[in-house]
Design a binder for this molecule. Structure first.
Ligand code: ARG
Length: 446
């Protein structure tokens, strides 16, 4: 068994090691490239404050860049007996460089290392997530425009209510994603702050230049107070997962609509055959399993903030090993949500829409308000018009005029998709991802 970073004279019990390391080796692979970036910034900073010579900085950063390339290419492994990514990197450096490798940990702790790794990981995954959300947003807007004129019934209480349209239906989910993106941006702002230099959670007596690592890693600012920096563990993940849950909630609702609207009793949409599955007993079945699983996956994702809350709820300030377990739920969630979004993008682009829904007389009454409004325009007070149409319906004499003319902002005839898109594009560009890319590109330059 390889020794631990912290091991002195007493050998670590194998069962205890298995128990405490848990799935950390697997989880830390998500963090490996970011651990190396954090270490590069830390090493350069140690050089600038005189704790490493410039030669040592050159040697260490070159070695870290090599390991970084391995990590990005998926060649980085955490060996048996090594606790985590942080230990593995130090081990590799020490094997390769001897004493110089042993110097890198001055002025830091694995506690602020994992904090900074998580921030860098999240920052990058928020970017890919925002990309995926944007793809779905654009598809929804396209479909909204394509089917702007196709009417469908709108419901309240699941009772037939008023005319709606596929333009409104698709566009509503696009606009929902706009708000989800705003929430994601708030999470991004919380994430884009540098915890490095907080060490074990109480700073260091070395004169660390935290402004320098903040700049080198492209963070917007630092988490100034070292105790607060450590308190960000779990809090950041919770806030980010709330944003993910917001996206997931939008998609879960869309998935429910899609399942319902594709059932024979509605017949509003048809899913492409590739996205339906058959039954082992009923030869006629084409089930919307893909949307059903989408709904369930999205509902599971909405549990994530609660899971994190429960892990962190009763912890006082300061580091606790409890925090490690968050990784198992949190890190893979990005892959899951992105896979859901990819699938929904394909399904929504290929969805078939029924253009004649309202020919069916069971929807005739959705035009009742149109008739009331027509009488109002002719000068009848609304309450009288309401009553007159109501009585006509009771007598079975109501004949719908199926022509609808809704003109106000956000209505059937005036979807305002351009305004929604403009707001979306502005929100997306406000993330300013290029700022951090610039810093990281610079950091990686030999
Ligand atoms: N695997 C640990 C975690 O994720 C790394 C930090 C270890 N720190 C400690 N004090 N044991 O939290």
């Amino acid at each position: 068994m390889a020794s631990k970073l912290w091991e002195k004279n007493i050998q670590v019990d194998h069962d205890v090691e298995t128990y405490t390391v848990g799935r950390d080796r697997e989880m830390d692979l998500y963090l490996a490239p970011y651990d190396l970036l954090g270490s590069m910034a830390h090493v350069m900073m140690l050089g600038s404050v005189g704790l490493l010579t410039s030669e040592e900085v050159t040697i260490l950063t070159a070695a870290l860049r090599e390991i970084y390339a391995d990590a990005v290419a998926g060649r980085f492994v955490i060996e048996d007996g090594v606790e985590d990514v942080h230990s593995q990197v130090e081990l590799l450096l020490t094997r390769k460089l001897g004493d110089i490798g042993k110097k890198i940990h001055s002025g830091r702790s694995r506690n602020d290392q994992v904090l900074v790794d998580l921030r860098l990981f999240i920052r990058s995954r928020i970017e890919t997530l925002a990309d995926a959300v944007t793809r779905l947003f654009n598809i929804l807007i396209e479909q909204s425009e394509r089917y702007a004129e196709v009417l469908m019934p709108g419901y309240t209480h699941l009772q037939v209510a008023m005319p709606s349209s596929f333009g409104l239906w698709f566009g509503a989910y696009a606009e929902s994603l706009l708000d989800d993106l705003t929430v994601l941006q708030a999470a991004y702002k919380v994430t884009n702050r540098n915890p490095l230099g907080s060490a074990a959670g109480y700073g260091s007596s070395f004169p660390l230049d935290r402004r320098m690592t903040t700049r080198l890693l492209g963070f917007e600012s630092m988490d100034y107070n070292v105790v607060y920096a450590q308190m960000g563990r779990g809090k950041t993940e919770r806030i980010v997962s709330q944003a993910m849950a917001s996206i997931a909630a939008t998609i879960a609702k869309l998935a429910f609509d899609a399942c319902m609207f594709s059932s024979q009793n509605f017949g509003f949409i048809k899913l492409s055959d590739e996205y339906t599955t058959g039954s082992s007993i009923m030869p006629h079945k084409k089930n919307p399993d893909v949307f059903e699983l989408t709904r369930a996956k999205c509902n599971k994702l909405q549990a994530l903030p609660y899971e994190i809350t429960l892990i962190t709820n009763n912890l006082p300030s300061g580091y606790f090993r409890d925090l490690q377990l968050i990784k198992e739920n949190f890190l893979p969630a990005f892959d899951e949500l992105e896979a859901v979004i990819d699938m929904v993008c394909s399904m929504i682009s290929e969805i078939k829409v029924n253009c004649n829904i309202l020919d069916d007389s069971r929807y005739d009454l959705i035009f009742s308000v149109e008739e009331v409004n027509r009488l109002v325009c002719e000068g009848m007070p609304f309450r009288d018009a309401y009553k007159a149409v109501g009585l006509k319906i009771e007598r079975g004499e109501f004949v719908p005029d199926k022509h609808v003319s809704h003109t106000h902002d956000g209505s059937i005839g005036n979807l305002c998709n351009d305004s929604i898109k403009a707001l979306y594009d502005k929100t997306l560009s406000d993330f300013g991802f290029d700022k951090y890319h610039k810093a990281i590109d610079e950091l990686l330059k030999a």
